[in-house]
Design a protein around this ligand. Structure first.
Ligand code: AMP
Ligand code: AMP
Length: 342
């Protein structure tokens, strides 16, 4: 078997899960490249994961880099910062640079309405959505559009409270979602179109400020200080679930993959994440899907308890992506893992 990895480079944008992606690519024998903003390259220099560092003044300059990426056989691995870096999906779709995953699935992730259609078709339980504030009849969470990392979300339980709290957020698009009381659990999956197999890679819970630290302040002080909860993500914590929950976790992932193939040719390819709240009855409410690597995989650069069971070497999700590319190159099936939108 010829070694085709040396013909390709793996690159990503400098943020989010780039360290993991590049380390994984290198472990699989690829050359690596980071595209980072000026002044934000130090982690990639210090942690020594990038063979090449490209500095940009602004991610608006990405199109200027395109020909070089094409000429040098660079495969871009997308993560959460791609959607803010590329001004819109259209810009990402128009790029001819090699791209890991299935671009056709992106619109299904980007639109909250389409996401719900997808998840419902997969038979999952979703929190209720209120069409208008007047319909609010219980605790709900108000979320803004775009990957803002939970910034500005707020809770309300009446229309009145909603109108009061929405005031500072003029002109922002939002949804009103039923608030589920339970434990957040983010499940990281990997689906291989080469083997047709679904893997559970790892799980996390987010570390959000200030909801995850508000318990350090007594209820009385919270009221006296007039503290509002906020959900801005600042990190991630590893989670391992009760083993008896695993069969359901696998079947939820499998249904999501099955439906994705009906939505778009090729379906979901590679890493994805189901974002859930688990109730005291151990029922899963799925409130979102991310159709790519999530930053919650970052605690597992050296593998997770789950990947440790299956692999003989440390297997992060970033490395699993590079492994998939390598296997696809070796079996001449690269078109199964690099699917363009057009
Ligand atoms: P950043 O490049 O850190 O601004 O991240 C881009 C987007 O990815 C953010 O707006 C978040 O929605 C998401 N994100 C970044 N870091 C994390 C994390 N550690 N866990 C979950 N989501 C994250
Ligand atoms: P998101 O940006 O949609 O991933 O949500 C950010 C955080 O808000 C999650 O980590 C949860 O802590 C919380 N959250 C989101 N949706 C719900 C919900 N429907 N019920 C309860 N908590 C939620």
């Amino acid at each position: 078997m010829t070694d085709k990895t040396s013909d390709y480079k793996i690159a990503t944008l400098g943020s989010h899960s780039a360290l993991q992606i590049l380390k994984g690519a290198r472990d699989e024998g690829f050359k690596t490249m980071i595209i980072a903003l000026k002044g934000r390259t130090q982690p990639y220099e210090s942690f020594k994961v990038a063979d090449e560092i490209i500095e940009l003044e602004s991610f608006k300059d990405l199109p200027g880099l395109e020909q070089r990426l094409i000429d040098e056989n660079v495969i871009l691995v997308p993560h959460g910062s791609f959607f803010s870096a590329y001004t819109d999906l259209e810009a990402l779709n128009q790029s001819d640079a090699l791209y890991f995953g299935n671009k056709k699935i992106l619109p299904w992730e980007q639109s909250r309405t389409k996401q719900r259609e997808w998840l419902k078709k997969a038979g999952l339980t979703l929190p209720k959505i209120y069409d208008k504030p007047e319909d609010i009849d219980g605790p709900c969470i108000i979320k803004f559009y775009g990957a803002g990392g939970g910034k500005g979300y707020f809770l309300a339980k009446t229309a009145e409270e909603f109108y009061e709290k929405i005031k500072p957020h003029k002109d922002k698009r939002y949804i009103i979602q039923q608030y589920i009381v339970g434990a957040p659990l983010y499940v990281h999956y990997f689906y291989s179109p080469l083997t047709g197999e679904l893997e559970v890679m790892s799980m996390d819970k987010r570390y959000e400020t200030n909801v995850d630290s508000i318990g350090r302040i007594s209820a009385k002080d919270q009221l006296d200080l007039n503290i509002e909860s906020s959900y801005n993500i600042m990190g991630n914590l590893p989670v391992v679930v009760r083993e008896s929950m695993l069969p359901q976790i696998f079947s939820m992932g499998e249904e999501v993959v099955k439906v994705s193939k009906k939505l778009e040719p090729g379906g979901l390819t590679g890493p994805f994440c189901l974002e859930t709240i688990v109730t005291p009855e151990l029922e899963f409410y799925v409130f979102e899907i991310s159709a790519r690597i999530v930053a919650g995989t970052n605690p597992y650069i050296n593998g997770s308890p789950y990947t440790d069971l299956r692999y003989k070497e440390p297997m992060s999700t970033g490395r699993r992506v590079a492994r998939e590319i390598k296997l696809a190159l070796e079996s001449d099936e690269i078109e199964k893992v690099l699917i363009n939108g057009n």
